[in-house]
Design a protein. Structure first.
Length: 530
């Protein structure tokens, strides 16, 4: 019998059907990738296995785990299975961890909940579990708190908690979505090693085919709560039949059409910019140190160009972005937009600032949920000396919304009434409403499903052509950067280590760090052409 065998699983929440006759199997030592976009039912399938379903959920069918049907077990019996027989790794490690408990105590707690062992023994086993996920105590003391670790390190702690009791099945729900490409590659390699060492089954849930293309032994593609296609990973790419599967594959490699050509004249010039931060004193009488976040950075963006800025978390991308927007004063160098300085003395130059706008990563967190769309989209009007009023204001809001594929009537709605892709369109409309010259896209598509991402990239390309926009595209997803940019800057430890035409950088990188980033980027197999 298979380690996990789901047969005919149906799930409804308050009479609303979520899953429809879902069937899949996971063998011991096997990695099964479940792929689908938001709303496909992949996460609800995982929660049905764990029996962590929301109130009002009703499941029917069979979910056999190691010979037991979890749908028929009591809560006490399920608590015995969770952590011991099956473990789960969630998408956002910071919300999965207790911020006021040390990492050692959190892993040890998982052990003590399920086994009657002393605190000392639990701590020792926690030390072993953390070492297995490459967090050895000599470099990462167990007394550290989650906020003292990077995103990738926090995810390793979550994995350590999940595998502390060596479960037979591990479910990983989008465990690498928010991580840099090199960190993502490390986490995927870690999960694969743990499967090989422990012989456990891994159910890997993701919206990105490329993430599991060369990792999973078997793939399951879901849409609208149903399994539309399944098969061994290499074979599925060669014999893909379902239109939705093909659409996912096409969206993963989508290349927007861009007609406009960049001009030779520079729009933005960054010259020798340095930004330092003070660090804590060393001892009572010690002087504060300094940390150089941006180190002598210089580059240009030509008018009408799309420039990519890539690098891992902590490389200085966000600090540089804030400086360009006039939100972060620099210690040295200058930033010019069309020959005018972004700063006037110690303050941002308002006349220059209004010619730049930004679109952030999280399309929900970017907005105040208490305000309607018309107020949210018109926020940049505060940068204008004489903002439009009355009918002129309504006309400007309607034009901005319609330019991104929404309707004028959407201005009366609240942000929670829209999907993730629609919210990002509203964020773009907000950036467009005062007709800027430069739009900074800060991880603007990294949280979106691949098909929605393709639509947003097409929208940006179309807007760039029609409105003569210039883009600074900041992303850790190198596959997206390759599709939408003319040139690329690679940033490491506050410095630009390599720059040039996108095709040249991706095809023939010269700096070791660029080579490392590209080698860590997940790729789809070449066999998909068939």
């Amino acid at each position: 019998m298979s380690l996990l065998q789901i047969e005919g699983l149906n799930l409804s929440i308050h009479s609303f059907d979520i899953l429809h006759n879902v069937s899949l199997t996971v063998e011991a030592g096997q990695i099964v990738g479940v792929i689908g976009e938001s709303g496909s039912g992949k996460s609800m399938t995982a929660l049905a296995v764990m029996q962590l379903l929301p109130e009002g959920a009703r499941a029917a069918g069979s979910v056999q785990l190691d010979g037991q049907d979890v749908l028929r077990l009591s809560e006490a019996e399920l608590c015995h299975l969770r952590g011991r027989t099956m473990g789960m790794v969630f998408q956002e490690p910071m919300t999965a961890l207790n911020p006021i408990q040390t990492i050692g105590d959190q892993v040890a707690e998982t052990i003590r909940v399920h086994e009657k062992v002393s605190k000392a023994e639990a701590q020792e086993r926690a030390r072993v579990a953390l070492a297995r996920v490459e967090l050895p105590e000599d470099r990462f003391p167990m007394s550290r708190y989650p906020h003292e670790l990077s995103g990738g390190q926090r995810q390793r702690v979550v994995i350590a908690m999940a595998i502390a009791l060596r479960p037979k099945l591990l479910i990983a729900d989008e465990p690498t979505t928010a991580l840099d490409v090199t960190t993502q590659a490390q986490i995927l390699k870690l999960l694969k090693r743990l499967v090989q060492e422990d012989g456990m089954g891994l159910l890997m849930i993701t919206h990105d085919l490329a993430v599991v293309a060369d990792m999973a032994d078997h793939l399951v593609i879901m849409r609208h709560g149903s399994v539309v296609e399944t098969g061994p990973s290499p074979d599925l790419f060669r014999t893909m039949q379902h239109p939705y599967s093909k659409a996912l594959l096409a969206a993963s490699t989508h290349q927007p059409d861009r007609a406009a050509q960049p001009q030779e004249v520079p729009l933005l010039e960054v010259r020798g910019v340095i930004r330092d931060y003070a660090t804590a004193r060393r001892g009572i009488w010690g002087k504060p140190g300094t940390f150089r976040a941006v180190d002598d950075v210089s580059f240009q963006i030509r008018r009408g160009e799309s420039l990519g800025l890539v690098g891992e978390s902590g490389c200085g991308k966000s600090t540089l972005t804030r400086a360009i927007l006039g939100l972060e004063e620099v210690q040295a160098g200058e930033i010019l937009l069309d020959g005018q300085s972004v700063f006037t003395g110690h303050k941002a130059n308002r006349a220059v600032r209004r010619r730049m706008q930004v679109v952030f990563q999280d399309p929900y967190g970017s907005f105040n949920p208490r305000h309607r769309v018309d107020r949210l989209v018109s926020e940049p009007f505060y940068l204008l000396d004489t903002p439009p009023q009355g009918a002129a204001r309504d006309a400007a809001i309607a034009e901005a919304l319609e330019s991104v594929g929404l309707t004028a009537d959407d201005r009366h709605k609240y942000i929670h009434e829209f999907s993730g892709g629609q919210r990002q369109r509203i964020a773009i409309a907000r950036a467009l409403i005062i007709r800027p010259d430069l739009i900074i896209l800060d991880e603007a598509v990294s949280a979106l499903d691949v098909s929605i991402r393709a639509q947003i990239l097409d929208l940006l390309a179309d807007l760039g052509d029609r409105m003569g926009l210039t883009y600074l595209f900041i992303s850790h997803d190198l596959s997206v950067v390759r599709q939408v940019t003319d040139r690329v800057l690679v940033m490491q430890a506050g410095k630009i280590v390599e720059q040039g035409d996108t095709a040249l950088i991706f095809d023939a990188p010269t700096h070791p760090y660029t080579q490392q980033l590209l080698s860590a980027t997940p790729r789809l197999p070449d066999t998909h052409a068939a």
